[in-house]
Design a protein around this ligand. Structure first.
Ligand code: ATP
Length: 321
């Protein structure tokens, strides 16, 4: 393999730059030319592609976001649109493509590997949601988790000073990992995740019991996929007379300098993606499972829904009595 390309797609996540850097440096180390595709699949069809050098990824490992930019490109689901992308890769002699993104981005990569005559694709899990099969952790999850924990710690100060119940709305439309892990780490009394049906009456009872025992404040971490923080407050008021405050953390969860864990993960996965391309592998996603680098065919990734760790959910419940 002499030439490869790399792109970032879907929602950005902290550590994507570290992953791009690893792809670029690992490839150049092995005398492979690397091209950067700007704006994800949109740049691939618009021919927004440039050769990257060692210096292109200098001073990048610590930066949040993605210097290659990311974009949503719904038209990439159409075969004739993808044909344009394949043409742009083929005219440069690019034989390998590393796609850093979520499972939507993997679907695009899988189609490309099926439709192009001479293109191998490897997916790298980049999303804060930690919702991709075939890996224990995705790039960006640890940073987002720590951002949430820091915010909840600060909110807790006010919650305890003013003896209030705070509802913190965190990201996670379909996946509860961010809410579960941050709720456990920040000592939340209640964690609401999309994977488990919320029983608001029971939650209200629990808050009441806590107040009866002299508990002054309560923290509820609510994943956006369950309901908004405001809706949660309204629902609770149907069962209990409490003063709630809502904090929606929003996009601060997606930004910021990546943690050490995310930088190391991104470097390992990015480097491994290039190794797999060199071995002739294709239509696979890299991951980390029990601290070992692994790869899984895209079909295996799409086979089932991502699940939460039920034991961890149970533990969080037990520790929040
Ligand atoms: P995240 O969920 O973290 O934002 P993602 O990669 O799952 O990341 P999506 O918006 O689902 O984000 O997908 C990113 C891009 O991948 C889409 O804008 C589209 O260009 C491409 N894509 C998604 N699904 C398909 C598909 N079925 N076929 C071809 N391309 C697809």
């Amino acid at each position: 393999m002499k030439k490869i390309a790399v792109l970032t797609s879907g929602g950005d996540s902290p550590g994507m730059n570290a992953a791009i850097r690893a792809v670029v440096r690992k490839a150049i180390y092995h005398d492979i030319e690397v091209y950067g595709v700007y704006q994800g699949y949109l740049g691939l069809i618009n021919d927004n592609i440039e050769k990257l050098e060692l210096g292109s990824v200098g001073d990048m490992i610590q930066r949040g976001g993605t210097f290659l930019y990311s974009a949503r490109c719904p038209e990439f689901k159409e075969k004739e649109v993808r044909a344009k992308a394949i043409e742009n890769l083929e005219k440069r002699g690019i034989e390998g493509l590393v796609v850093i993104g979520g499972d939507g981005s993997y679907r695009g990569a899988q189609r490309l590997s099926e439709e192009a005559k001479n293109l191998k694709t490897i997916g790298v899990p980049g999303t804060i949601d930690n919702d991709i099969n075939g890996t224990d952790f995705t790039i960006g999850f640890d940073t987002a988790l720590n951002t949430i924990i820091e915010s909840v710690d600060k909110i807790r100060d006010t919650a305890s000073s003013h003896e209030r119940t705070f509802i913190i709305e965190v990201m996670g439309r379909d996946a509860g990992d961010l809410a579960l892990w941050s709720g456990l780490a920040a000592g939340a009394e209640t964690i609401l995740i999309p994977e488990v049906k919320a029983d608001i009456e029971e939650i209200a009872e629990k808050i009441q019991q806590g107040m009866d025992r002299g508990k002054k404040h309560s923290i509820i971490v609510c994943a956006e996929g369950v309901m908004t923080g405001n809706q949660c407050g309204e629902e609770l008021k149907k069962y209990i007379n409490i003063d709630t405050r809502v904090s929606c953390l929003g996009h601060i969860q997606r930004g910021g300098t990546p943690t050490g864990m995310d930088r190391v993960l991104a470097s390992r996965l990015g480097g491994y993606a290039v190794e797999l391309l060199m071995q002739g592998e294709s239509a696979k996603a890299v991951g980390i499972q029990q601290n070992e680098l692994t790869c899984t065919h895209f079909d295996g990734i799409f086979q089932s829904e991502h699940n939460i760790d039920n034991k961890m959910y149970e533990l969080a419940h037990q520790l929040s009595i």
